[in-house]
Design a protein around this ligand. Structure first.
Ligand SMILES: Cc1cc2nc3c(=O)[nH]c(=O)nc-3n(C[C@H](O)[C@H](O)[C@H](O)COP(=O)(O)O)c2cc1C
Length: 329
């Protein structure tokens, strides 16, 4: 058993937090991660309060309740968005989640208070020591330090170990490490460096329950760490937001002739909508069109993606390996 300040605070048995990942971070994935003892996140950005409650309750139901894991909500937002809307997502999520997790927007004590009032723990993913200190001051119960190795949107400018070291010295709350962790060895290294847990994204894209598009998953399986690039290419509708994707997807989008690369489903039962070239979206198996030219988010951890697996197996593999490596220390 890997017992840490994170597992004790969250009430889970494995110090792994599955990342928020848009529609890939669905109730089925979060439930499976929690069932295996980790903290599974459901991404709730943009949803109605009813849908947020339903999705989180479904994830908890799928986790089997007393399985040792926990369910959280991921709230991705930008500073120029309507603050009332963002507060609405947090307010709807907190009573149905153990953790409400924020990313991209600046740490905000009003959001943390909403989460605490709803009975959940608050956490913030940050990319700098200053942002970590701000999250601590805002009242967060733990912070996630995201190194530039991370898949998806990347806020910081330095690698995980250097960032983790600084953040650990600056805050008193537990720190979870994110970015480039795709194996038990890497997980052990982060824990040995002082992290109370690890946040994993890219590995879970290839979980059965994420329902990522098969073309995306096959590209991840074929990729090596050096195929992950830090870029601002997929900036349609969300500018100046660096991210990590497979280089092949940037090249395919650049070479694509036309402005619409495909279609994405409407989750409220409406007609599918167009996917613009260079639009950021989670490429689920419901998305159609030229998948290769869509953002194939991938961190440097992509070397750890070797096959499609149940999410529970990924949790058990990472935690089991990490425990073995830590015993060797
Ligand atoms: C496909 C994908 C989508 C992501 N979307 C989000 C998101 O919606 N919200 C969020 O907080 N982080 C998001 N991230 C970033 C993760 O929170 C995390 O920092 C990252 O996955 C860690 O690095 P790794 O991918 O190497 O494990 C995403 C990452 C990936 C791979």
């Amino acid at each position: 058993m890997l017992t840490t300040r994170f597992t004790e605070m969250v009430g889970c048995s494995v110090p792994i937090q599955q990342a928020g990942m848009g529609q890939l971070a669905n109730p089925e994935l979060a439930g499976a991660v929690a069932k295996a003892g980790g903290l599974g996140l459901v991404s709730v950005r943009g949803m109605s309060p009813e849908r947020i409650a339903r999705f989180l309750d479904e994830a908890r139901h799928r986790s089997g309740g007393a399985s040792g894991g926990a369910i959280g909500a991921n709230v991705l937002f930008m500073d120029d968005e309507d603050p009332e809307e963002v507060r609405g997502w947090a307010r709807a999520a907190a009573p149905h989640a153990r953790v409400v997790d924020f990313f991209w927007g600046t740490p905000d004590s009003a959001l943390v208070e909403i989460v605490h009032a709803g009975g959940a723990l608050a956490c913030w993913q940050v990319g700098s020591v200053d942002a970590a200190a701000a999250a601590d001051r805002a009242g967060c119960d733990f912070v996630v330090a995201q190194g530039t190795e991370a898949g998806g949107h990347v806020q910081g400018h330095i690698g995980l170990l250097a960032l983790l070291d600084q953040v650990l010295a600056a805050v008193s709350v537990p720190v979870v490490a994110a970015g480039g962790i795709g194996s038990g060895r890497a997980m052990a290294a982060a824990l040995a460096a002082g992290a109370a847990g690890v946040r994993v994204g890219t590995r879970f894209v290839a979980a059965e329950e994420a329902h990522a598009h098969p073309t995306y998953v096959q590209a991840l399986i074929a990729a090596r760490p050096e195929d992950s690039v830090y870029t601002e290419a997929f900036s349609y509708g969300w500018e100046h937001a660096p991210h990590r994707v497979l280089r092949s997807s940037v090249e395919a989008a650049e070479a694509y002739q036309g402005e619409i690369v495909g279609q994405r489903p409407d989750h409220d039962g409406g007609e599918p909508t167009d996917v613009h070239r260079f639009a950021p979206l989670a490429v689920t198996d419901q998305v159609t069109g030229t998948i290769e030219a869509m953002p194939l988010w991938a961190g440097e951890s992509v070397g750890g993606v070797t096959r499609v697996q149940p999410a529970g197996d990924i949790v058990r593999e990472l935690a089991g390996e990490a425990e073995r490596f830590l015993r060797v220390f």
